[in-house]
Design a protein around this ligand. Structure first.
Ligand code: 13P
Ligand code: ZN
Length: 288
């Protein structure tokens, strides 16, 4: 079986295709990485070459020593991934010390995503001693979420609370809330460091005026998480455009939901008062 036919590669391609269909990947916007399991590395090892040079990783990731990642290339488009996986994606190997990587498959005329520092920093945080989970990290440019970062205060609790109110499933899907990073230079070590800090508490980090990073155990979980966030942001934007809320989901409603579903909801988001702190009172006439 060739590498592109492996189940993990097929799921990677499906996520890239679905994200493109949602309109989250204009031009080369967004990127995706997946940490292979030991069995997947074993199944693919005959497809790997060992001729590419090692490249230094500026902020070493010792915990990822010996790991392999399938990822999108810099400047490559999600819409092309399904047509030419080996041109638009590649597999990198991390050396034993976790301070260098080399290409072992694919990206025939390219290099890994410019957001590699953030992907590796978050993988290092989320991979806990070979645990099966948290293998997928996905960055997209969903328009409604980006738009909200021009309107809502860049505050984790307020952003979380607004999105929770938009869809009853949301407190169940991301009970821990979401993190917001103020504008950062794309591809920078500073962006990676800021994202890492927020990812210590969350699985979702929104980069103001740019896009969103999410991580998940499976490709399906990861795509679903991006999807609920973006749909909720769309509803929120429509409410703002309609002149604001006249009624909404209350703190008590959310606490009742938490009791029923045994959720540990982010306390700061639960008690956030969007009416007072939203900063766009003219639009918002909230009666809770
Ligand atoms: P890459 O093409 O290098 O992955 O960059 C796209 C992007 O969205 C940067 O934030
Ligand atoms: Zn981006």
């Amino acid at each position: 079986m060739n590498l592109e036919e492996q189940a993990f590669a097929q799921e990677f391609i499906r996520l890239a295709t679905d994200g493109d269909a949602r309109g989250w990947h204009e031009r080369n916007g967004g990127n995706l990485s997946y940490r292979l399991t030991a069995a997947e590395i074993e199944a693919c090892v005959d497809c790997f070459h060992n001729t590419a040079p090692w490249n230094a990783i500026r902020t070493a990731v010792p915990v990822l020593g010996g790991a392999f990642f399938l990822l999108t290339g810099s400047g490559k488009c999600m819409r092309n991934v399904r047509f030419a996986p080996a041109e638009n994606t590649g597999i990198i190997e991390i050396n034993a010390a976790g301070n260098a990587y080399r290409l072992v498959w694919g990206l025939t005329d390219g290099k890994p995503t410019s957001e590699l520092p953030t992907h590796l920093a978050v993988h290092a945080l989320k991979c806990t001693g070979g645990k099966e989970g948290n293998r997928v990290i996905y960055h997209a440019h969903p328009a409604h979420l980006i738009a909200l970062t021009f309107i809502l205060p860049l505050d984790d609790a307020l952003f979380t609370r607004e999105l929770w109110e938009m869809d009853i499933e949301n407190p169940i899907v991301f009970p821990e809330g979401i993190g917001i990073v103020p504008w950062v230079i794309p591809g920078s070590e500073a962006a990676a460091a800021a994202t890492l800090e927020k990812m210590r508490s969350y699985r979702v980090v929104v980069w103001a005026h740019h896009g969103t990073f999410v991580c998940g155990d499976t490709f399906g979980d990861t795509f679903g998480l991006m999807d609920v966030l973006e749909k909720s942001a769309q509803i929120c934007g429509e409410i703002i455009a309609m002149g604001g809320k006249r009624q909404t989901v209350t703190e008590k409603n959310l606490r009742d939901l938490a009791d029923m579903y045994d959720l540990k909801l982010n306390e700061a988001a639960l008690s956030a008062n969007s009416e007072l702190e939203i900063g766009i009172k003219l639009c918002y006439t909230v009666h809770k």
